[in-house]
Design a protein around this ligand. Sequence first.
Ligand code: CA
Ligand code: CA
Ligand code: CA
Length: 480
Amino acid sequence: MKKIFKTMSCIAGLLAVTATDVKANNIQISGTAATGSVVSFNISWDNSWNASVAPSNWDAAWVFIKYQDCATKQWYQAPLSTISADHTAGSPLQVDAVTDGKGVFIRRSAAGGGSTGSVAVSLKMTMPAGAYNFKVFGIEMVNVPQGNFVLGDGTSSSTFNTYTVTASSQSGGITAAALGGSSPGVSSSYPTGYNSFYCMKYEITQEQYVEFLNTLTYDQQKTRVISDPISASGTYAFSNASGSGIVIGTSGFNNTVPAIFACDVTHDGVLNNSNDGQNIACGFLTSSDVNAYLDWAALRPMTELEYEKVCRGTMAPVAGEYVWGTTAITQIYSGVALATPLTATETYTNAVANGMCDYGTANPAYRPLRVGIFATNSSGRASAGAAYYGAMEMGGNLWENVVSAGNAQGIAYTGVLGDGTLNAVGDANQANWPATTGLGAGLRGGSYVDGASYVRTSDRANNVYTNTTHYSSLGGRGVR
Ligand SMILES: [Ca+2]
Ligand SMILES: [Ca+2]
Ligand SMILES: [Ca+2]
């Protein structure tokens, strides 16, 4: 879980000046170096898989590189080769290039599972030489294969009709009458979940949000937190409650130099202690915050239909089922006994039971838990509260930000990917995404504050949600 930060000053004429390692929840990236147009590093993550039996999918790391112009100090998305063979990864991994060159997927090349060990990776960038600093980011994802699935469960609030999404649903759209749930229906441009995509395995964590903030300009940061970046060191970015631990470590300056954010839930002035909440899901994120993160990471928000695909997969609907596919639910929350709270190994001490989920405290003073807390070596889907393809906490912990199928702004969405760049004030600026006012956004899956009914795969009680308040129960994740 360690990070290595190499401090070197900018030297004109070298492409590689400094390179910084950044990890996601369970991915470690170390030894980052840049030579010419190639960035190399070692990557490892535990519990990776490539399954030859149902759900017949794999997990992957979405890896992208940001570079900082040494003169302007601004960070930009590094363009990567769109040819997979230009990149290398040792066994058991392979690198899949993507057509927009905004990053790569790194995944197991053959059926198998477990720790990958430390694997050497090299990625080829396609930008002109210059004096730059680099940061490599890795986000854990799960593959969602192309294929039919069923919407709706026949009983949950505002549920879609029980409707099978097929290739022709995507190519021809779905009418209002067929879709039900008071939706105006969706066109062939709206991602229905039929086509394959990747979904983030976990909600955005506090550490990931800090890493995001620390590549933004002052004005961009100001939009993405509650406290002004010029505030004193130690000021909470959002709140001093609900496990929120993002603080200003070094104040911004003169409305131009951005702040440096860090995690400090313990609020002892010592930043990034092992129990400063780095791996806790990041609350207080409005739809606009989540979508800014996703544009920056070159991902995109998921639609309501994709949400149900991720949760239910190819299984037949069960009336009232939760995101793990059964109607059994067991409440775990931050008020119960937790071992090593707020650390990367935060775990619960209750006996394992089916449907373990952080929901229903009716009290925002509690907090979301470490992402992936219920997944252990011995847990099955139901006990881990896992969605069908292995995404965690799709129900409970924090609400999931989705693109609504319930209004005109939502159904105008066409699945345009983020491009790694925000506008001058730090908002996402991709065509037909939900507006910065939240219009077109919705919520799914419930939260640590809210009741069990919202944890249902097909519950659409908040399918339209345009509130822009930074509530502690709001978070999210993206897809690509
Ligand atoms: Ca601390
Ligand atoms: Ca959630
Ligand atoms: Ca953009």
